[in-house]
Design a protein around this ligand. Structure first.
Ligand SMILES: Cc1cc2nc3c(=O)[nH]c(=O)nc-3n(C[C@H](O)[C@H](O)[C@H](O)COP(=O)(O)O)c2cc1C
Length: 342
């Protein structure tokens, strides 16, 4: 079955865009939706910042009717803050409310939020109960395997969350100690799947359609969350969809299509963020879109100092001049991996 039902929401796909702070603004989400992404989250929002409605949060919450179904992810540690944040968010009509018990960032865990809640299952359960009680939309939970290799407790946390009324769990199969490196523990994802009856979404190194299928097959999870695999590679959504449905070998986008997409992405980023911020935010995407390109270093250096739309477009338009930029083997595990970057 090529869909995922979370409470009252049915997503016509088994893969969705993972929550990505600092990345998944409206322009990034809309770009991925053009390429088959069927479900996304706005950037992680702290309950406190939702309550004070900073300029930044207002921008973060900016949505578009075409950007649906759409979830929001909250991070926090105070039940009353979460309850009041839900009130503020009510008019936005988010389809899913996700709670973050996975964020490894020091600033967040020091406040006893994010992944640090994995160390306090009781507290985490209390917070989830508040969300479930006051949210009109289904509540879901994002976790990691555990805090570190000595405290793997994802199955226990997931079971408690299900009992507390959560309608799906996303598990990043790494511990907080691993941050974003090292092996993804498929066994943790599998154990969570075995521990609960609600849908389980796996996360970690889904860099290609093959890896999406491998995670689904080897863990039995119901869906996968695509995170870094979407950076500079929105094609991953339609490719994965095709591969899961028909086993079709993914079509590799040509240079022209990559350039067209970069230009569109840049324009969307500028429209949302203004020229200055839009160009600065696009710089890292320039690197990701050109991952594995040969002789790319000088152009990347120029992209990283570009300040105007015109400058950035100029750099993108020079890509065809790179000799043999896209020659080399096509790595089925990661489309542009294994090629020398000079
Ligand atoms: C730049 C960046 C920002 C992220 N922001 C969030 C976030 O706000 N909330 C969250 O639950 N996970 C966040 N994640 C974690 C991803 O959703 C995902 O679980 C993790 O990157 C593992 O997937 P991957 O190995 O395919 O990248 C972030 C990851 C990255 C790289």
């Amino acid at each position: 079955m090529n869909s995922l039902t979370i409470g009252s929401v049915t997503i016509p796909s088994r893969c969705f865009l993972a929550p990505l702070a600092g990345i998944s603004d409206l322009s990034f989400r809309m770009l991925n939706r053009r390429f088959g992404c069927r479900f996304a989250f706005v950037e992680m929002s702290s309950a406190k910042s939702v309550l004070v409605q900073t300029k930044m949060t207002k921008k973060l919450l900016k949505a578009d009717p075409a950007d649906r179904p759409l979830g929001i992810q909250l991070v926090g540690k105070d039940g009353d803050d979460l309850r009041r944040a839900l009130e503020v968010l009510e008019p936005y009509g988010f389809d899913i409310i996700d709670f973050n018990a996975a964020c490894p960032v020091r600033k967040v865990v020091r406040r006893n939020e994010g992944a640090s809640l994995l160390n306090d299952p009781q507290k985490l359960t209390e917070l989830i109960k508040v969300l479930v009680k006051y949210s009109a939309a289904p509540v879901t939970l994002k976790i990691r395997s555990g805090w570190d290799a000595h405290s793997i407790n994802a199955p226990e946390i997931a079971r408690r969350a299900e009992d507390a009324g959560v309608q799906a769990v996303t598990i990043h199969g790494r511990t907080r100690a691993q941050l974003y490196k090292g092996r993804v523990r498929y066994e943790s994802i599998r154990e969570v799947k075995e521990a609960v009856t609600i849908p389980v979404i796996g996360s970690g190194d889904v860099f290609s359609p093959w890896l999406a299928k491998k995670m689904l097959d080897e863990t039995g999870c119901d869906g996968v969350a695509i995170a870094r695999g979407s950076f500079g590679n929105p094609w991953i959504f339609e490719q994965t969809e095709e591969y899961l449905a028909r086993g079709t070998e993914p079509r590799r986008p040509g240079l022209e299509e990559i350039m067209e997409t970069m230009l569109r992405h840049l324009a969307m980023s500028i429209e949302l963020q203004g020229e200055r911020n839009g160009v600065v935010l696009f710089r890292k995407f320039f690197s990701w879109y050109t991952k594995g390109f040969r002789h790319i270093k000088p152009l990347r250096a120029r992209a990283f100092t570009s300040k105007t739309e015109e400058e950035m477009i100029g750099v993108i338009n020079e890509l065809p001049g790179l000799k043999g930029a896209r020659d080399g083997p096509y790595d089925p595990q990661y489309p542009w991996a294994g090629q020398d970057e000079e």
